[in-house]
Design a protein around this ligand. Structure first.
Ligand SMILES: *[C@@H]1O[C@H](CO)[C@@H](O)[C@H](O)[C@H]1NC(C)=O
Length: 187
């Protein structure tokens, strides 16, 4: 006696579905492995890089799943640019509330100048990176990184507490991740 075609189809699905599920999770795990591995290596070469911060940053970008190391580097540049753009918006808001505080205003305006220049530099970084001009990309992302510390130090110079410490640290760290990924590819 043979089983009805419907039952055999159902049986086949029962076997196939878990296999499909297994294949999907394997692919996902593989993608995460590269992010994990890249972030672990980055944190090892640069103590400024926090492993969890690195992984979470990439996970916030859907197309980093399954990306190659080279692509992860480019994604990190776009993360820096997004961060700098958001930070500039915070600075503009803070400037709106700093009318009577000339020291605070000076610190914020300097940061705004630094970060608006960084936006142009980051476009060049992306261009250099795509063309595998890693030395140029390295020098330019380092300049953006310096802007984050210059911004932070500027407040100290005028004697006010920096309202941007967290944002500056994030920009700094994301640049450090880009630098680490560049160095993994250029030797
Ligand atoms: C900067 O990037 C970090 C890490 O991806 C994120 O947690 C933070 O919210 C971002 N900050 C801004 C101002 O966009």
């Amino acid at each position: 006696m043979s089983t009805s075609p419907y039952i055999s189809l159902a049986l086949r699905s029962l076997v196939l579905l878990p296999l499909l599920f297994l294949a999907t999770t394997t692919i996902t795990t593989k993608a995460n492995v590269l992010i994990d591995q890249t972030c672990r290596e980055s944190a090892e070469v640069d103590p400024n890089i926090d492993f969890t911060f690195c992984v979470t940053s990439f996970q916030s970008t859907p197309n980093s799943q399954g990306a190659s190391l080279n692509h992860l580097g480019l994604i990190s540049v776009t993360l820096v640019k997004k961060n700098v753009t958001n930070t500039m918006n915070s600075i503009k808001n803070l400037l709106g509330n700093a009318n009577d505080d000339s020291n605070m205003k000076k610190g914020l305006e300097d940061c705004l100048n630094l970060y608006s220049n960084s936006i142009y530099t980051l476009d060049e970084v992306a261009r250099d990176y795509r063309a595998q001009r890693f030395d140029d990309a390295n020098a330019k992302i380092s300049a953006v990184m310096d802007s984050s510390t210059t911004c932070e130090d500027g407040f100290q110079e005028v004697g006010v507490a920096s309202p941007l410490t967290k944002q500056n640290k994030h920009v700094f760290q994301l640049c450090a991740i880009t630098l680490a990924i560049i160095s993994m590819q250029s030797h």
